[in-house]
Design a protein around this ligand. Structure first.
Ligand code: HAM
Length: 432
């Protein structure tokens, strides 16, 4: 037999067993984001390659080696989006959303990076991102970081740690860069190949190196904080005060530099030690220069993105297992009349009882096999209709979980019973 076709490496199916957790995660995040008054923007998966080259930076890992880039039939170079910020800025500029107004936006969807797949790192992964435009002060930085803290509260996650740093303005960073390169050159024989390569192109990224042999050199490197300009320092101090007022604890990490070039001033990451090497669940910062750099009017901006696969993994590690949406009712049909009538009856039930989930047996089968399917569906009750019941306008209700007697009742009574079932589930959900 021919080998069946498999998914592309690093690109995962999300199977029905997993989708309850995804829905819980996405619904919870969306609810929190909306509670801050952010509005959704939906963006294409494909953009012109140039957009990412210019915004993420030519000498970043993403642009140098991770983009899915191809020429389309017209010979235009297009790229599957590796992240959402660049496309969001492009769309805002194209549609005039940044003229004399502020914007609070969010987006969700798959991103694509040709990385080496491993636990927590995939080639297609999902982000929810938030971007705020037109607000220069530390108040909006504090708002979006407070929003991230609310995510963890709403999800029941307790031990993510917030790391915070300021990269300063582009000019301040240029001064720091010179000092750093001088230092690194003085210890060039201790650098690994990757770092030596980055010495001229992107020396700040050397600070991010995970190579244990590099840690001594990194630890003694000059610190960016010593080169911060006054405005960035004030901005950072005020942000720290606002977070303190809001009881959002943070660790200042002077080595936090981020892997994308567009940042200035505030950068932050939420990390957990429960996921092994890929422990960053949320990351972002301020990118005041990007809109102007891409040809728009200078517009301050700040945002972040969450890695949903990592959050799903973290929910699982923490034992937070949302219940799936199994049907309340499985409709067992026996006889010609019942089979003819079943679909319509199921719709009557759905219309009569708000929130009711009904699965109707399709494709016939013996009583026994229908009950087997009913059980596998996870339904709380089976409703049985035979030809006689159709005639008498009755239904037999058989609880499938937690015991209880089978009973035959009129169609009128059944809707009330099912309403009670749905209400009981809602009460359980709010209590849990
Ligand atoms: P990023 O740090 O590249 O930032 O990605 C944000 C998050 O996406 C990461 O912290 C991680 O949770 C998740 N992530 C990244 N790559 C992968 C991967 N290969 N597999 C699984 N998860 C991954 C950005 O993308 C910026 N656009 C964030 C931002 C928005 N900054 C300002 N606004």
């Amino acid at each position: 037999m021919a080998k069946t076709i498999q998914a592309v490496r690093g690109m995962n199916d999300i199977l029905p067993e997993a989708s309850a957790a995804w829905q819980f995660l996405e619904d919870t995040l969306r609810r929190v984001i909306h509670s801050y008054g952010y509005r959704e923007i939906r963006l294409p998966l494909l953009e012109r390659t140039e957009l990412f080259r210019r915004s993420i930076g030519e000498v970043t890992d993403i642009v140098e080696k991770e983009m899915y880039t191809f020429d389309d039939r017209n010979g235009d170079s297009l790229t599957l989006r590796p992240e959402g910020t660049a496309g969001c800025v492009r769309a805002c500029m194209q549609h005039g959303l940044l003229h004399n107004q502020v914007q609070r936006l969010w987006y969700a969807g798959p991103m694509f990076r040709h990385e080496r797949p491993q636990k927590g790192r995939y080639r297609q992964f999902h982000q929810i991102g938030v971007e705020a435009f037109g607000m220069p002060g530390p108040d909006i930085d504090a708002e979006i970081i407070m929003m991230t803290a609310q995510f963890w509260r709403a999800l029941g996650l307790e031990d993510a740690v917030l790391q915070l740093n300021s990269l300063g303005t582009v000019e301040a960073r240029a001064g720091y860069r010179d000092a750093l390169v001088d230092y690194l050159r003085s210890r060039e024989n201790e650098l690994d190949d990757d770092s030596r390569r980055r010495l001229d192109s992107n020396p700040l990224r050397i600070l991010d190196s995970k190579n244990p042999d590099m840690q001594a050199v990194i630890a003694e490197a000059p610190q960016l904080s010593a080169h911060l300009d006054d405005d960035s320092r004030r901005h950072f101090d005020e942000l720290c005060r606002l977070l303190d007022d809001a009881d959002v604890a943070c660790e200042i990490n002077p080595r936090l530099v981020r892997g994308l070039d567009y940042y200035s001033k505030t950068v932050f990451e939420w990390v957990t030690d429960k996921l092994g090497a890929q422990g960053t669940i949320c990351a972002g910062g301020r990118y005041d220069g990007l809109v102007e750099y891409l040809g728009g009017r200078a517009t301050p901006a700040v945002g972040f993105a969450l890695g949903l696969e990592r959050l799903i993994a973290l929910l699982e590690v923490c034992g937070i297992e949302p219940r799936g949406a199994a049907p309340h009712v499985y409709l067992v049909l026996s006889g010609e009349q019942a089979e003819r009538h079943g679909m319509v009856f199921a719709d009557e039930l759905r219309n009569a009882v708000s929130g009711l989930r009904v699965q109707t047996n399709c494709g016939g089968g013996s009583f026994k096999s229908q009950f087997k399917r009913a059980d596998r569906s996870g339904a709380a009750v089976a409703l049985v209709i035979g030809d006689e019941e159709v005639e008498r306008r009755e239904v037999t209700l058989k609880p499938l979980r937690g015991g209880g007697e089978q009973e035959t009742v009129s169609r009128q009574v059944i809707a009330d019973r099912l309403r009670e079932l749905v209400a009981a589930e809602q009460i359980r959900d709010t209590a849990g």
